[in-house]
Design a protein around this ligand. Structure first.
Ligand SMILES: NC(=O)NCCC(=O)O
Length: 416
């Protein structure tokens, strides 16, 4: 639904407006960027885009033309497809290191009441053409959304959803390995993991599949939310894999899973281990986090001199049994709307527009990884970081007898 229908929505008043927005659109538009593009004169839109998206090497981000088969897949299977290019300055001693990176966002396919195997296989079926579009576009590194094989059922606290968990070499990994091999593509596959060797425990895990279809490694979500309906701590614990950076054929990558994006030290640690691209596969809803979404990753990309790919699922998932989360809200059967809006952020503060707020999508971006070091040289954030100050501060803070360093105005409690 785009402009014309949005106007009808506005004219028909509240009830229609509610209907229009319930699809997850912004007043009938797929994204803020598209709303602005349709509403502003070309000149104003250019200025506003410059302010909102920043400049890459002094220029607006360029779009990239994708091969016809990828475009055909996007129209046949109705997913948003966008592509951009982040440049870096030419260097005398290093050739450009351009990699093509993709992010996939999607809704679930079947109602949450369908048999679990059918639900999982239907998501596989939905993702196949989107992964094909990435492969035929020459994507080198592709990342899927958090817990992509299942509905984000952790709001319910019901244990039956644990059945979706798989070992790292399970069915979903085998499904993804075929694509990795076929397209010479590194694929990050975030799943609910069952750790069979350690008492069948569960983890929220990203499996990293190398471009030869090999399992390169895994990373387990470091920070587990306890906010709103995000009752994930009922299912799994904080990860025990540290902050691994995976050196792949196409660059050094890491994964900061969803809620970890609110933790600056988590981003920092991936940077200290040398990440050039950090992926943030997520599942988050509008009411809770949408104002934070365009800011946090972009800020982390700047602070840590690396690229970030942010992914959020789309749609509203309705569960069979009502639940509450002790926050005073009446019982309900859905999490709210997962608002998609996947995008890339670059170390020079530029970023792409976002994918649709309600449709499946594939966001592709070329990125010259030389930009990471160029930004380190220019701004010197690593060099000026004063890590020793913070190491000492944190070591003190961790002690049971820690005293906050506060200087109290002696007059504070004396003068009325
Ligand atoms: N999946 C997840 O960790 N969501 C938590 C909510 C948020 O971080 O926006």
């Amino acid at each position: 639904m785009e402009r014309e229908e949005a106007e009808i929505v506005t004219e028909n008043g509240d009830a229609e407006a509610k209907k229009g927005f319930s699809d997850g659109s912004i007043c009938g538009f797929e994204s803020l960027h598209r709303l602005l593009q349709s509403s502003l004169s070309p000149q104003l839109f250019q200025e506003v885009s410059r302010m909102l998206l920043g400049m890459n090497c002094g220029r607006p981000l360029e779009t990239v033309s994708l091969p016809d088969p990828a475009k055909a897949l996007s129209s046949t299977h109705d997913f948003d497809l966008q592509a951009f290019s982040f440049r870096a300055d030419n260097e005398s001693l290093r050739a450009p290191r351009i990699v093509r990176v993709g992010l996939i966002q999607n809704s679930i396919s079947l109602p949450t009441t369908a048999p679990f195997l059918d639900q999982k296989r239907a998501i596989f079926q939905k993702l196949a053409p989107i992964i094909d579009a990435a492969g035929t576009s020459g994507v080198n590194i592709l990342c899927l959304q958090e817990a992509w094989t299942m509905p984000f059922a952790f709001c319910t606290r019901e244990k039956k959803w644990c059945e979706f968990a798989e070992p790292v070499d399970g069915e979903s990994t085998q499904f993804i390995q075929d694509f990795a091999l076929k397209y010479n593509m590194v694929i990050i596959s975030p799943i609910l993991e069952r750790d069979v060797k350690h008492g069948e425990t569960l983890w929220n895990t990203a499996v990293i599949i190398g471009n030869h279809g090999n399992i390169l490694g895994k990373h387990r979500k470091n920070h587990i939310p306890r906010v709103g309906d995000f009752n994930e701590s009922t299912y799994y614990m904080e990860g025990n894999t540290g902050h691994p950076v995976f050196e792949t054929a196409f660059g050094k990558i890491a994964v900061n899973i969803c809620y970890g994006r609110h933790h600056p030290l988590n981003w920092l640690a991936f940077g200290l281990n040398g990440a050039e691209i950090v992926f943030n596969p997520s599942a988050t809803v509008g009411e809770l986090s949408e104002p934070m979404w365009p800011i946090e990753a972009r800020n982390a990309a700047i602070a840590n001199s690396y690229f970030i790919g942010s992914i959020n699922r789309v749609g509203t998932e309705i569960f069979p049994n009502p639940f509450t989360s002790g926050d005073g809200k009446p019982q309900h059967t859905d999490f709210g709307h997962f608002y998609g809006s996947s995008h890339f952020s670059a170390p020079d503060a530029s970023c792409t527009p976002s994918l649709s707020r309600f449709k499946d999508g594939l966001m592709i971006s070329d990125m010259d990884l030389n930009l990471c070091r160029q930004l380190k040289d220019k701004w010197g954030f690593r060099m000026t970081a004063r890590y020793e100050l913070y190491a000492e501060m944190l070591a003190n803070y961790m002690k049971p007898d820690f005293e906050p360093q506060v200087v109290t105005d002696p007059l504070l409690h004396k003068i009325p």
